[in-house]
Design a protein. Sequence first.
Lengths: 157, 699
Amino acid sequence: MAIQLLVNGSEHRVDADPETNLLSALRDRLDLTGAKYGCGDGQCGACTVLVDGRAVRSCITPLGYAEGKRITTIEGLERNGRLHPVQDAFLETGAMQCAYCTSGMILSAVALLEKNPNPSGADIVRGMEGNICRCGSYPRIAAAIRLAASRQKGTAR
Amino acid sequence: MEPERYELRENPQYDFPMDRRDFVRSLGGGLLIIGLVTGLQAQESGRGRRGDQRMPEEMSAWLHIGADGVITVYTGKAEVGQNTRTSLMQAVAEELRTPVASIRLVMADTDRVPFDMGTFGSLSTPVMAPQLHRVGAAARDTLIGMASKQWGIERGALDVANGEVIEKGGSHRIRFGELTRGQELVRTVAHDAPVTPASEWKICGTPVPKVNGREMVTGQHKYSSDMSAPGMLYGKVLRPTAFGAKLVSVDARAAQSMPGVTFVRDADFLAVAAQDPLKAEKAVEAIQAEWKADPQPSSRELFAYLKANIAETQTIHSTGSIPDGMRLGEAALRETYHVAYIAHTPLEPRAALAQWEGDKLTVYTGSQRPFGVRSELAQAFHIPEERVRVIVPDTGAGYGGKHTGEAAIEAARIAKAAGKPVKVVWTREEEFTWAYARPAGIIEIASAVRNDGLLTAWEFHNYNSGAAGIRGIYIVPNERIEFHETKSPLRQGSYRALASTANHFARESHINELAHAVKMDPVEFRMKNLQDARQRAVIAAAAEKFGWGKMKSGCGIAAGFEKNGYVCSAAEVAVDRSTGKVRVVRVVTAFDCGAVVNPDGLKHQVEGAVIMGIGGALFESLEFADGRILNPHLRTYRVPRFSDVPELETVLIDRKDVPSAGAGESPIVAIAPAFAEAIFSATGVRLRSMPLAPNGVKT
């Protein structure tokens, strides 16, 4: 079955079994491997991508659901060679160890800040609770989100 | 360092060194620094080796400076999130007085790097970093010699800076690449080559950011599981229904009739390859296989099983007489502690991409032991190691859990059958079920103490969990320490800090209990029985930062020594009176691992160890029955999340006068006993089993 996907601003035709999940289509068909497999049942957040601006777990998202919607992966966050403020903040705070969770963390954080540009510590915990960092970089990830929030204040995006 | 059986691995029997002249030509000339892989490195990595094989002495290339001035360094260590790529590059940059960014570090590629036993035991910093300091110093010395000859200026008047040799206070300067252009120079590094002392470090000792951070935040870095090759197929293994199950019968006709599916059977190994992962999954589901397994113990009866299945007892330490020590004491205590099996749960599961070209095999895989995996592959396919190349891209963590090459062997076996490159990525369920676990164990302690707080007797028995960190830090005149190896119902192996976590949990919990028995403050009690100045210093530092003694309830402290690092953790917990739920409010960790190489990376490792420690201390546990894991998903096996993270404070004691120790493991060891004490302080309930409170504390 052919499905049209709009990923990072480009149209892609993916000929796949309709049971294929979005994560596999991105990784195995489009070679967009920034989104990671971590658990396969939406528990760890490593596969997080944005669909129409909302953070979704692509490992449990059927391809059909994503058809015709705007999909943003970590590869599409950079604009004209400039990193997204959340990416910059992750770099500046060194918010990663093995970094396998990083793509999912960044996209979850982008979605969180879109909804709530000025999150409290508790808002960050609530918004990011579905993302696991097994290396335990949580304090730095939270610091990165606070840094990005402070930079984004007043900046229309 | 304690012997640790879970790090014992068979060595490759032989090695086939490449002709180094060919190697330097293949690099396009320039300056090549080589050295023997022997001495300290082999001793350290090979300690406790089975049998008495010596490491082959092999000349290996460590550093190359090409005509373009590019400095390439080679190491067999793997980056698994511990930031060793950055810290090792700092070592070379320090000696060559050149920016970190001017160096390329080739890691963990068995065709290109010197032999290395593996990335474990916190050895990268104490063993590999000094080696790379020596390599860098040898390169510096050679470059200065070359410039000295060219200019006719004595060596003492020259130095290196920013990728150039310069004349101190003079006008001569030349870039490294210009010096090495057209040369085919090979120099040997001496084992005792002088290196820059820590007190004079300019690049080491500073918070250099992760060198490939940008690739990480843009999703560009390719982990093993992200690799692909032209024509690649996706492999999937049909797992047995239980551990140790034997294949009775198989009917794979349905799978074989699926278009594009290759079915592989080799003895009890059943697998498929297909063009996409979903097809491979469906093909595996279509295989009808019958398995037969023997009855196996469950987690409910685990501890009785371990006690009933002792295979071998080792006396680790014995001094004085336990009966005498018990008589000399005025208070005695006998307690038993338990630890559960836990799973490493690296977020990147085991993965490999294997490709055969004729009888040469190349495998990309996430592993802490690239040369070990090469050895496993050579054995599995009965080919010489020289025909196997293992490449480990920077990996989605290991924590001691990726010492073996299962996915690599599986991918290679399927690729051999399919005649195409094959990638195998384990599912989370496979990772929980078919990887190895941190050993469970039982620890029994009998002790005695005088009313003035001096320990008189200490008898310590560890069943199964391991001997790492089994020797205490306290001075006891009558002591007996034994490790009892038992049969294990689950496959078990290394884990961050190995058994040191279990042994510290029991020992430090018991020390806290003894302090209460003689009505002494736990910090005062420790100081009374401790002599080591560095150990005392971390306890004093943690207590001071924490404000020990200022709060009445909910506070606990524990200390320890592991892999040449001294640690003390003080914790505050809050226990919900109605639900019993434990919330860790604050953890202060003081840590001394000698001269600090990268303060930011080190602090991050300490924080990571503390947070990982929270899981094992409070709620992680593998449940099993009849050869199956009962909680093989993140829904049922809980790991620490954002809401579990307390306020963290880290005190680093930077000892420029002491060699740097590795730091990724040690800071985990004092977490669980500090929590057990804090929970006791909050509720009066003494918990002696890890995990302490998977379902809260019953008060």
